[in-house]
Design a protein around this ligand. Structure first.
Ligand SMILES: [Zn+2]
Length: 377
């Protein structure tokens, strides 16, 4: 009995110490808040851009809002007129990894953790880039991880383990993806052909002369080095420019751009580096909202694959927020979805990751039948 009490006392002491260790402070900022955008009339979107904040839960967004400017500040997602809640579980586990959640929105099928572009019985399922290709949407990918990492790979790969990155790299070179920018050099056999051009220096990519060729830009061996590598924002700008010039007369494209390392910093329970990662993600969304607000044909959807770190916002202490982390893994916490542009209305309410796939395909299916619309022929 005595030993049990002693054990319990030690256990609770251990947990208290562990909790105290993880408490950190974040200063509440004071930047000027940009205005919110109003929703535009419904048109079928010619350009669909999916922005993923890997590991971003509602508390990540709230903390970024407080860090930037305080409770009234509008971060990029706060400016978006349509919002909803996404449910995100894998085929046989409430806990989802990025491979299963990526496969959910990229194929409309629930699969097992670690699987990409295959169902739970290992049958290949078509992913969104392959389907949208039939509707004349050229597809592109941007990630601050390697381009063979789970979320980007879900858009082109069909494989039973996200960790087989060399095989995934080969699948990328053979896929319908027109441009992929990020890290992952070590997984590729770099060989330019008359159809495919590799870029290993981001500076050289700013003037793409030939948008007929498929482009794979690899700016790090694995994940992008956040000290001197290109930002998500910079890579996204290049991808948008390329997709604009490479798309055919229909002028349609689909782009997925991911702030991959928000998840990594949340796994490591490092709040300031997490906020730095969030800022790049936030800048990327603000740039895309600016792009979309100047036109009537671009839909921006922002969501996440899962929450990472179990981030808790505990209280205010003068001009700081006291935060703590509950875990170094993903949690089952709900995540958000935000939308702006034609078709954004479809993304309000509560729905599952697989429905994101269905909604995008439904919108593409409404695209006017023109001579360039292969699907309608
Ligand atoms: Zn993760």
């Amino acid at each position: 009995m005595k030993t049990t009490i002693l054990f319990l006392a030690l256990l609770s002491l251990h947990f208290n110490l562990k909790c105290e260790e993880k408490i950190e402070r974040v200063k509440i900022g004071n930047a000027v808040s940009p205005i919110k955008l109003s929703q535009k009339d419904f048109f079928v979107p010619k350009k669909i851009i999916l922005v993923i904040g890997d590991g971003v839960g509602f508390n990540h967004i709230k903390l970024a809002r407080l860090f930037e400017g305080g409770p009234k500040f509008n971060t990029a997602v706060d400016r978006m007129p349509i919002s909803g809640i996404v449910t995100n579980y894998s085929f046989d586990d409430l806990y989802t990894d990025s491979a299963a959640s990526g496969t959910a929105w990229a194929t409309g099928v629930k699969t097992k953790n670690r699987f990409l572009g295959i169902d739970s019985a290992k049958q290949e399922v078509k992913n969104i880039s392959e389907i949208l290709d039939d509707y004349h949407y050229h597809s592109g990918l941007v990630a601050t991880s390697s381009v063979t990492h789970a979320s980007p790979a879900a858009h082109y790969a069909h494989i039973d383990s996200r960790y087989k990155e060399e095989a995934i790299a080969t699948q990328l070179t053979e896929s319908t993806i027109k441009i992929a920018l990020g890290g992952g050099r070590k997984f590729f056999r770099i060989k330019n052909t008359d159809k495919l051009q590799f870029y290993l220096d981001f500076k050289k990519l700013t003037s793409i002369s030939d948008s007929e060729k498929k482009i794979i830009g690899l700016f790090a061996d694995s994940g992008i080095n956040r000290g001197d590598g290109p930002t998500q924002l910079a890579m996204t700008k290049v991808a948008v420019k390329y997709l604009e010039s490479s798309s055919d007369d229909c002028g349609r494209f689909f782009l997925m751009t991911e702030g991959s390392q928000i998840d990594w910093e949340s796994h490591d329970n490092r709040v300031q580096p997490m906020l730095d990662e969030y800022q790049d993600f936030n800048n990327t969304i603000n740039y895309l909202l600016g792009y979309a607000s100047n036109r009537n044909d671009t839909l921006i959807i922002v969501t996440s694959d899962h929450e990472t770190g179990g981030l808790n916002l505990l209280k205010q202490d003068q001009n700081e927020v006291i935060i703590s982390w509950s875990t170094d893994r993903h949690t089952l916490a709900p995540i958000g979805v935000f939308a702006y542009g034609p078709g954004a209305e479809m993304f309000s309410g509560t729905f599952d990751h697989v429905d994101i796939f269905g909604k995008i395909i439904e919108l593409a299916d409404k695209a006017p039948s023109t001579s360039c619309d292969k699907h309608a022929e």
